[in-house]
Design a protein around this ligand. Structure first.
Ligand code: ATP
Ligand code: MG
Length: 112
């Protein structure tokens, strides 16, 4: 299993949610986030070190899924979150060792 994490523009959340559900995903976690990318801040020098400021509001989306679904899921997220403007975000994939469905104590893919 994998976890797909994506940072997207907040106004794209509904579209991302719909796209994710359309590929058969049954759960996701959403967190308010702030961040910056290449263009998202200006650099200040403080005591000889460069610091970047100006964090922009983003939404962080986390979805646990089976290995087979990862590519389709990422395609769906990209299609839904993309505006072709700076700051559309990033997505990344991480291996998951174990998932537990708390209500039933099921383990593995059936826990999702
Ligand atoms: N290397 C990174 N690690 C973690 N989060 C990142 C990283 N790069 C970008 N992000 C997240 O994605 C958000 C949007 O950044 P994004 O990369 O889309 O914009 P950008 O780099 O300014 O322009 P571009 O759209 O050309 O990439 C950031 O505010 C931050 O939350
Ligand atoms: Mg970037």
């Amino acid at each position: 299993m994998k976890i797909v994490t994506a940072v997207v523009k907040p106004f794209k959340l509904d579209e991302v949610k719909t796209a994710v559900k359309d590929v058969g995903i049954t759960g996701m976690t959403v967190t308010q986030a702030r961040g910056f990318g290449h263009a998202g801040g200006h650099i200040e020098i403080y005591r000889g070190k460069e610091y970047e400021f100006d964090f922009v509001d983003k939404i962080r989306v986390e979805i646990i899924c089976t290995d087979e679904l990862v590519d389709t899921l990422i395609d769906a997220i990209v299609q839904a979150a993309r505006t072709d403007t700076i700051g559309d975000g990033v997505a990344w994939v991480t291996d998951i060792e174990h998932v537990v469905r708390i209500r039933t104590n099921e383990r593995g893919p059936s826990a999702l």
